[in-house]
Design a binder for this molecule. Structure first.
Ligand code: NAD
Length: 479
């Protein structure tokens, strides 16, 4: 299905200004994507507002849960089509899309449908003597009201997973949505609109516009006076630009941003497990997951052994995908070069692989392991978002925590140790929103998800998302 906008229950985009959709595997053009004009974005926001004034605005939590389940079933019924589209847009191995992206997207809709039953509309009730401003007793109850029209802006790395991670709770809480996926990965979002078109979700409750960010659809949407909240996942610098734009109308934001995630590997860890986990956390989706490890700190007695083993595993990787674009490939390669200029030892990779087939026209870089850089090096401080990590030794638990926290970012971390007390001592001291102990990317969708420092604002997941996407309103009745 070719990318199209979906506004007020109708598909559009033909004959508009458009741009090419590039296959990251071989660099060829796969199709064209319509670029939403300011008028298209405005029409989407107005359609969303109308939906709130119609049946969608009156839908009960049960109605909304039923709508979410219908969408989940609809995506599942076209599972293979979704997997193909996600793999084609991103270049990621098909297996990754089939085991992570699409099942999680389905799971996102089901998780929030489940939560709605337990929650209802009422958040809090008290019956108290009047404390101030009156006499007698009062009954206070708090209802949660949807925010209204919510803008969802998502990145290219886990396109449908991250889009639905916001769309599902936004709809669950009773909002109408205008979503803009990354310009580089428009296909599964369009398929989702097609699924939604076939469900009972009222027209305008979900709208989709395609296009770029700065000076284009993303900016038109986040600066629109009719948008009541913005949920964004992407780079920290983009978050800052969106925040400036949103400031005009004091629009609330939920931000999931970049990271420079540390792994702390203690000598007492099960080192085979730590190695497997660090290979996964560094190289899954060629490092293009916000939760991926880019800084590895290893306790000195096992540093040389661990680094050599990690480098060997990196060299042995075969079935990996490309960077999303030529520009991103060039950015990652510029960090590979900078690492050498800054004095790194390249333990594995560092260049561009040669396959001898069509992939040589694509945007691949080698899985790379670096060592020997000071903590002040740009390669150790800045998010690269590629299949690369820097490995450094540490001597004490105190030093490990200090190194982990010496970063402008704070999204996720891993701690590998078999000392239970140490795990519980270290994990809460790491300045990150998510700390995994002896595992990575093990997710319960009800838990808080988000980052500290430059890695984000707010938390999503379970009740945390429903809280962001709704507003508590207290009603006080004198008895
Ligand atoms: P990006 O910030 O370049 O783009 C993300 C989205 O924002 C796209 O849809 C883009 O079109 C839009 N956009 C760009 N500029 C905009 C502007 N000025 N106004 C409005 N919209 C704008 O990010 P990306 O390159 O697509 O994704 C990679 C980044 O996302 C990495 O930094 C990664 O760490 C981060 N990320 C974070 C999480 C998380 O949960 N914290 C998850 C995935 C990715």
């Amino acid at each position: 299905m070719k990318p199209e906008h979906y506004v007020g229950g109708a598909f559009s985009g033909d004959g508009e200004r458009d741009f090419p959709l590039i296959d990251p595997v071989d660099g060829t053009e796969r199709g064209r994507v319509p670029e939403a004009s300011r008028e298209t974005v405005d029409a989407a926001v107005r359609a969303a507002r109308r939906a709130l004034q119609g049946p969608w605005g009156a839908a009960s939590p049960q109605d909304r849960a039923a709508a979410l389940r219908e969408i989940a079933d609809g995506v599942e019924a076209r599972f293979e089509e979704f997997v193909d589209a996600e793999a084609a847009d991103t270049g990621k191995p098909r297996d990754l899309a089939a085991t992570v992206d699409i099942p999680r997207a389905v799971g996102n809709f089901r998780a929030y449908a489940d939560l709605l039953y337990g929650r209802g509309e009422h958040a809090y009730t008290t019956r108290v003597p009047g404390w101030s401003g009156g006499t007698g007793e009062a009954l206070n109850y708090t209802v949660r009201r949807p925010l209204g029209v919510v803008a969802v802006i998502s990145p290219w790395n886990l396109p449908l997973l991250l889009l639905t991670w916001k769309v599902a709770p936004a709809l669950a809480a009773g909002n109408a949505v205008v979503a803009k996926p990354s310009e580089q990965t428009p296909s599964t979002a369009t398929l989702l609109a097609d699924v939604i078109h076939g469900t009972g979700l009222p027209a305008g409750a979900f709208n989709l516009v395609h296009g770029h960010g700065p000076g284009a659809a993303g900016e038109f949407l986040t600066g629109h006076p009719g948008v009541d909240a913005i949920a964004f996942t992407g780079e920290s610098a983009t978050g800052a630009a969106i925040m400036r734009n949103a400031a005009e109308h004091v629009t609330p934001v939920s931000f999931e941003l970049g990271g420079k995630n540390p792994a702390l590997i203690f000598a007492d860890a099960d080192l085979d497990k730590a190695l497997d986990g660090t290979v996964r956390s560094t190289f899954t989706h060629s490092g293009q997951i916000c939760l991926c490890t880019e800084r590895v700190y290893v306790e000195r007695p096992v540093f040389a052994e661990f680094t050599a083993a990690l480098a060997e595993r990196a060299r042995a990787l075969r079935d990996y995908g490309p960077m999303i674009s030529a520009a991103h490939r060039d950015k990652v390669l510029s960090y590979y070069r900078l690492a050498v200029e800054e004095g790194a030892t390249v333990a594995a990779g560092g260049g561009v692989p040669a396959f001898g087939d069509r992939r040589d026209g694509g945007f691949y870089v080698e899985p790379t392991v670096l060592t020997g850089l000071p903590e002040t090096a740009r390669v150790v401080r800045e998010e690269i978002f590629g299949p690369v990590c820097h490995v450094a030794p540490f001597d004490t638990e105190e030093e490990a925590v200090r190194l982990a926290n010496d970063s402008p970012y704070g999204l996720a971390a891993t701690v590998w140790t078999s000392d239970l007390s140490r795990a519980h001592r270290v994990a809460p001291r790491v300045e990150a929103g998510i700390v995994w102990v002896n595992c990575w990317n093990l997710r319960d969708l009800r838990t808080p998800f988000g980052g500290v420092k430059a890695s984000g604002i707010g938390r999503e997941g379970g009740e945390y998302s429903l809280d962001f996407f709704s507003e508590p309103v207290n009603v006080c009745v004198q008895i």
